[in-house]
Each structure stands twice: as C-alpha cells, then as structure tokens.
Design a protein around this ligand. Sequence first.
Ligand code: ADP
Ligand code: MG
Length: 678
Amino acid sequence: MLQHPISEVKGVGEKLETHLNELGLFTVEDLLFYFPHRYDSYEVKPLTELTNNEKATIEGEIVSEPALSFYGRKKSRLTFTLQVEQFAVKAVMFNRAFAKKQLQQGDTVTVTGKWDQQRLQITVSQFKKGESKSQEPIQPVYTLKEGVNLNTLRKVIKTALDQNGSSLPEILPEDLTLAYKLPERVQALNQMHYPESRIMLKHAKRRFIYEEFLVFQLKMQLLRKHHRESTTGQVQTYDNDRLTSFVQSLPFELTSAQKRSLAEILNDMKSPHRMNRLLQGDVGSGKTAVAAIALYASITAGHQGALMVPTEILAEQHYHSLQEMFKGRAMVALITGSVKGKRRKEILEAVDQKEIDILIGTHALIQEEVAFKQLGFVIVDEQHRFGVQQRRALRDKGLYPDVLFMTATPIPRTLAITAFGDMDVSVIDEMPAGRKPVDTYWVKGEMTNRVLNFIQKEIDRGHQAYVICPLIEESDQLDIQNAIELYNQLSAVYEPDVSVGLMHGRLHNDEKEGVMQQFADNTLKILVSTTVVEVGVNVPNATVMVIYDAERFGLSQLHQLRGRVGRGADQSYCILMGDPKGEVGKERMRIMTETNDGFELSEQDLKLRGPGDFFGKKQSGLPEFRVGDMVHDYRALETARKDAAEMIMDDVLEQDERYQPLKELVYSDQHILGDVLD
Ligand code: ADP
Ligand code: MG
C-alpha cells in the first residue's frame, strides 16, 4: 500500500496528482512523510514578552483607516495603526491589497508577523478578524506549491493516514522504543500532522529524528564496512628503510599526533583495501609533512603520487617545499593553468613515462591530457573546495589509488560524523612544540594609527606583517581595487624605510611568485594582500596579521588567515579591524579573541551559521534530513551513531528477526544519501 501511487488516496484526481508530484510526492508513503517545516501556534502575548525580529501574534483595535499604496510592478503595501494595550503599533502588510476591503477602523484583529521592537511595528503575514480564541490549535505549516493549498494538503494527508495508518509497520524493535520512551510509529505520524499538544508533538519529532539518524548512520556505517571489506586497492609494499631515512632527514621530530596519523595512513596503504581517509588538522599542525611522507612511501612502493590543491599560490608553495624535501629522492613537477606550451608538453610526457614521481597541481591535474603511468596515491588538499566530480576525476586517473583528503578547516565533530561517515578520519590535534598561540585583538576602525605604529614596532624588531584588505562580496575586481588603494596608502606611510608589497589574484603567476619570494626572503616587510594568501602560505618570520573589515569574513576564514602567523618561535599578533553592526558579527570577533583552537572555533561557527552554510555552496555533500537538524539535535545524532555501531558489530540486522523491518528500511530508502555516496 505504502508504495502505491498517490492517486490511490481518495480525493486525489489527476490534476492534484500532478501538483503533488511537483512537490516530490509520488507514493502514499511520500505523502505520509511529508512533514510540516514549522508549527505555528497563534498565542497572543503581551508586547513586553515579544522578541525583536521574531514571529509574534498580537491582538488589538484598528485605530486608523487602513491605507493602501502601490509601488513597483504589482506590489502593494497596506498600513494601519493598531491599539495594543496602551501602545500604538504600526501594522504593515505587503501584497495583500484584498485585505483593504476586509479591514476597517474600529475592527478588532489578531495579526501574526515579524515583530520590530524598536519601531513598534509588525510585518503581518497572517491576520484574522476578531479576538483570538484562547486555545488555538497548533497549526502545521507545509511547504506548498501552486495548485496545492494548505487545506487540500491537510485533507489528503488525513485521508491517507486513515486509509493506511493501520498498515504502517513499526520498524524499531521494542527494546529501543521502550528504552528511549519513543511513541509508536503510527501514533507519532498522526501527531506530526495533527498535533494534539506541544508535548505530544515533541515526542513524535523525537521519534522521527532518532529514526532518521539511525537509518542514516546504519547506511553510512554499512557502506564503510562494505568499502573496507570489498574494495580492492593496491597493496603498497613500501620500503621501510628508505622511508625511515627520509623521516630522519626532516629538520624536526614528528609530533605524536603526526606519528599516529602517519601510522594510520601507512596501514591503509599496505592493506589490500583502498584508502579513503580524511586527514584533519588545524593550520600549521603539520599535515603537509605527513602527506609528504606518505607520498614518499608510495614512491618507494613503485608508484606515482598526485597532490591537488585549490589555488596556484598553494600549488607553487607545495611544489617548492616538496622539491626541497625530496631532493635526490624523487622527481617533483608542477602543473597549473599557467604552465603552458613546450614545458607543459614535456611535463605531461614525463608523467606518462613515470619519469616524474610526484605531480602537484590545481584543477589542471584532472584534465584529460594528464595521464599517469602508475598512479598509486592521491592527495586532495582543502578537499571541501573541490566538488565530488573533481575528486572522483582525479581518483580515476589511477587504478584503485589510495586517496587521502586533507583539510585545515577543522570540521566540527557534528558534521564530520554525518558528512564523512563513510570515510576514515585521522586527526592531528596537537601543534608542533614551541608554537605560541597568536594574541588576537579586535579594534575599531578609528584606531588605524595605533595599528600602523604597532606594525612599525614589530618591523623594527626584524619581523614582517601581512595586511589583509577589505573584502567586497562577489567582486574580485573591486577587491583588487581595494588592495591597490590600501597598498598606496601604506606605501605612503612606510616607504622608503620599510618596503611594502602587493599581492592579489590578478597578478601574473611569475609576478605572484616574485612577490611571495621577496616576502619569504624578508626583502618585503609588509605584504598587502587580498585573501589569496589564505591557504597554506608559510613565512615564519611574519608575526603580524592585520585584517581590515574583519566583520566581512567568516570565522573559519579569519582563522585561516590568522594561521599565516604564529609559525615561528616568536610571539605573533592578529589584529581584527572592524565595526560589526549585528550581534553575530560581534560574536565572531569575540570568539576570535578568545580561542586559538580551530576545532572549538568551528563548532562555534557552525552554531552561528548553521550546517547548510558551513562549507559554502552545495558541494559539501551534506545530507538533508527530513526532521533532524545536525546542530540542534546533535545528541540524538550521537546516540544514533553509537547504536548503529553496536547493531553492526552484533550483526543484529542479519541475525535478529526483530530488526527485519529496520533492515528493510535501511536497504530501501535512498533519499538521504545523495552525494555522500561518492
Ligand atoms: P599544515 O599543512 O598542517 O598547515 P605544515 O605541514 O605546512 O602544516 O607545517 C607547518 C610548518 O610547521 C612547516 O614550516 C613545517 O615545516 C613545520 N612542521 C611540521 N611538522 C613539524 C614538527 N613536528 N615540528 C616542528 N615543525 C614542524
Ligand atoms: Mg598545509
């Protein structure tokens, strides 16, 4: 019954079926699980209890004749004054010209809308004439489309519930529902659509959140198990002696977190299954060093390696540092959009002939013309900047190569266990010894002179400074103009005693390289730059990072930028200049001054921004849940993860009758995985 088409529900004709299909509803089951995205209860509250900028319901008398005005194409605004308690509240209604006929001075109305505390104003989204009844039912609000209004949808869902409710199986074994005091599935489903009370609704939601997370976790973990057991990768038999000698040639001792991560990676490499691992670590924690050692292991096993990074600057930088590290041990080459002509051809040929062991590059790496003779190890740096397709394209250049993803955007645990449930994760949670946390200050714009003096003082001590320009959203071109302007200003202040350099995305590659080289050589003391220096740039002598208009940057970006300093033995400073207007912006500045810990910061960022926004774009492959919210319902997610792990370990899905319905659901329902199934 549940899988039958929606047209079998009484009252759904051809036309309505088409409209419901447009909402993604095809089967009876789809309909039953089409949950409201919100519930409104129109409870009238005194003005003093309303929250600014939030939805509110108030009741009062219309004391001015409603005035209707038109603007733009077919847009209208209806305004009137409401006497509420002893206050005059302004009510505004957009594009509801029809209401003009229904509302008159002297009427009592109940209106719901967004409350503006400062202006005593409400932007009305719903209104009802008359006083509110004291016990208003809880109103489910569904996402609707043309042709399906709220009443129709509610009626159809009701019919579907009545027709099919009794045949809807419970899928959780009883010991679980009892242990967590979860309502039965049918009951909960009824409450989701027709809540009797807030408390019953809460338990119904709790049930579906758990169910949804559990099914998701079971899928992810089964998938990972399947990966581990069935994917044939290459057994990379690396040369331990050569590897040890390489590690000993490095100018430092690995931290224990680096050693642990490296061991996990090497373990994957020598096993027959294909590595699919994420290496996480804060900026400067030494991921690149670990990656280089792993690359070298692959080379001693007779393979080639590839390293894909998101920007040319970073590619250059990795190229230089790996070339240095691998001197006399391996051939390293670089391919980016600016490597052209004869040189490009030579490199491509050498890669194809395996005369080159390690190829570093940007997106250029995944172009069709790039062919490896024997690619065994692939690293994708800053992996969230690449789409699933791009990561796959690189991986497919080898025959079951081991794949290591790296990220310096510490991914909150919350997201990691959902987004990367099918990946193994290694974490470098320790900084190399002797690093001092960067002192971070937040100053207002008018303190520019003091900031400039401070930079001068650090330069007098032999150090260097980055100055990051204001960011103008969506406009590379304006950002560059900004950078040039700031560069001119600072040059006027500091030159000729102190040399100032300029870096931005539109410089030619050799210009960029030249500027970076001068800064690295300490010929340039101050580097004015757009955010192109964000990732991976390494100049340990730089101790000051000044960020203009810091409120325009997200927390993780600020943290990335701050990570450019604090790389040497001396105390470093990060100065955030900014005047955030909103609370969120101020909160960000505060968090930055309070913690240097990328993981803590990312948890906070997630809370401020919400999961959808976290990686920017939809590239992250984060699943979309029907009821659960990864941040808000984090505990349920953790519980589900643990339960799923136990179920898989005990093999109850296969062995225990009572888990049969759950198993069927796990194997049938596909809606959640999406891109995660890379
Ligand atoms: P990440 O890639 O995580 O940002 P890197 O691997 O680039 O970090 O390392 C940052 C800096 O720290 C580099 O200069 C590197 O040589 C140095 N480094 C890496 N590991 C160690 C260590 N164990 N001890 C001291 N310095 C280290
Ligand atoms: Mg790095």
